[in-house]
Structures are given as structure tokens and as C-alpha cells.
Design a protein around this ligand. Structure first.
Ligand code: DX5
Ligand code: ZN
Length: 216
């Protein structure tokens, strides 16, 4: 079981992105969480390949790219070339999920699958051993700053048990409404990696906020 923290750059200040990247480099964070939204799979549009390419030049930690786009299999090589180290796609957005997972790994990245709040974790039973990570969404994807959906705790516990019973090494990541109040409970339920956007970047001291999540 690991305790990883992946701050979501969606809440960073895009007017001085380099400064925020440096802050993450200096902090106890483990990865950079990059949220890509296409305005189709989710109602919002965020940023894409050119921004990730630039972040890659300054980031000294792995890029954890969360694709909230329809048919993500179309862009696997592009995200690899832009610098993604971990590529997470939504189960609900990829029809041939098994093939997509294999293609991500064949491109040389770690493969993750994200589940929306309404999606049952048992739908991953047949691909769990192939996965490096499962992302449990604890908000509906599309926006930062939403309230944590408590049902995510139950899903994390269920998934954790399933991973253990299969002897798999899949990490569990949780994304949405994570802060210092729910972090300990999330780790305790079986989460290995916490994503946090507004909690980190709206804090007066983002590095201390990251440290708090690491030590929760
Ligand atoms: C939501 C994104 C999250 C978001 C989290 O669709 O996947 O990564 O940035 O933001 P907070 O931590 O503010 O809920
Ligand atoms: Zn995300």
C-alpha cells in the first residue's frame, strides 16, 4: 500500500504555470495530475497536448494524465509523445476497454481506468490484473471544486478487497473533493493515491497542504 499525492493542475494558475510546476517539484507530491476534457464526454473543456508538452519540460515527476474524452484510444500515441507516464481512460468512454488498456501499455505507459460515481467497480473484474491503476471518481467529472461523494469510500473498500483477492498490484486513486478532512479515511479504505486540486491550490500554503495529505 502506497501513499501517493497527485495535485491536479486544473486548479493551478495558468498565468504562472511554471511557478506552480516548480512548487510541485519542490513539494512532497509524487505526480502531476493533468485533467484533459473534450467538451463531449464531460461538459467542460480544459487543456490538451500542447500544454502537456510544455509541462513535461519543467516537471521533475511523472505526468499522471486523466483523459475525460470520448474514444480515448484515438490519442494514445499522442499523449505518450506529449510526455504522459500514466494514462487513465474512462470505462464509460471506451467501448473496447481491454484493447485500449493493452495499447496504453504497448505504448510504454502505465494504464489506468477511471470509474464515474454511478459505475460499479465489479465491471472491472475481468481486466483488473492488467491494470496499473483504477481511478475512483468521488465527484462527477468535469470540474474542480465540487463536493466529495461519500459512496466512493465503499467503492474503494470493495475494489481494495477484490485487488487483494486476485493478488493484483493495481493501485487505487481517488479524485474529486479530496482534502485534509477525508484523506485519512481514504487511505484507510485502501486508496494508494489522492488527487487534489482546489484543496492544494486554494490553500495559503500549497506545499504544506500537500504535506498534510501525505501524512494524513
Ligand atoms: C474533475 C477532475 C479532478 C479535479 C479535482 O473532473 O478529474 O482531477 O481537478 O479537483 P478538486 O480536488 O478541486 O475536486
Ligand atoms: Zn482528474
Amino acid at each position: 500500500m502506497s501513499r501517493l499525492v497527485s495535485p491536479s493542475m486544473l486548479s493551478a494558475n495558468f498565468l504562472h504555470l511554471e511557478k506552480d510546476i516548480e512548487m510541485i517539484n519542490q513539494s512532497e507530491a509524487d505526480w502531476f495530475h493533468l485533467d484533459v476534457m473534450d467538451g463531449m464526454y464531460v461538459p467542460n473543456i480544459s487543456f490538451g497536448l500542447p500544454v502537456i508538452q510544455q509541462i513535461k519540460k519543467k516537471a521533475e515527476k511523472p505526468l499522471d494524465v486523466h483523459l475525460m474524452i470520448e474514444k480515448p484510444e484515438r490519442y494514445i500515441d499522442d499523449f505518450k509523445n506529449a510526455g504522459a507516464d500514466i494514462l487513465t481512460v474512462h470505462l464509460e468512454a471506451s467501448t473496447h476497454l481491454h484493447r485500449t488498456i493493452q495499447a496504453i501499455k504497448a505504448a510504454g505507459m502505465k494504464a489506468g481506468v477511471a470509474l464515474n460515481p454511478h459505475t460499479n467497480v465489479s465491471l472491472l473484474d475481468d481486466v483488473l490484473v492488467d491494470l496499473d491503476m483504477v481511478l475512483i471518481m468521488s465527484v462527477n467529472p468535469g470540474f474542480g471544486g465540487q463536493n466529495f461523494i461519500p459512496q466512493a469510500i465503499h467503492k474503494i473498500k470493495k475494489l481494495h478487497n477484490q485487488i487483494e483477492s486476485l493478488g493484483a498490484r493495481t493501485l487505487i486513486q481517488v479524485d474529486g473533493g479530496v482534502d485534509d478532512k477525508n484523506a485519512a479515511e481514504l487511505y484507510h479504505a485502501g486508496a494508494d493515491c489522492l488527487v487534489a486540486g482546489s484543496y492544494v491550490f486554494k490553500s495559503a500554503d500549497p506545499m504544506a497542504a500537500i504535506s498534510k495529505l501525505k501524512k494524513a
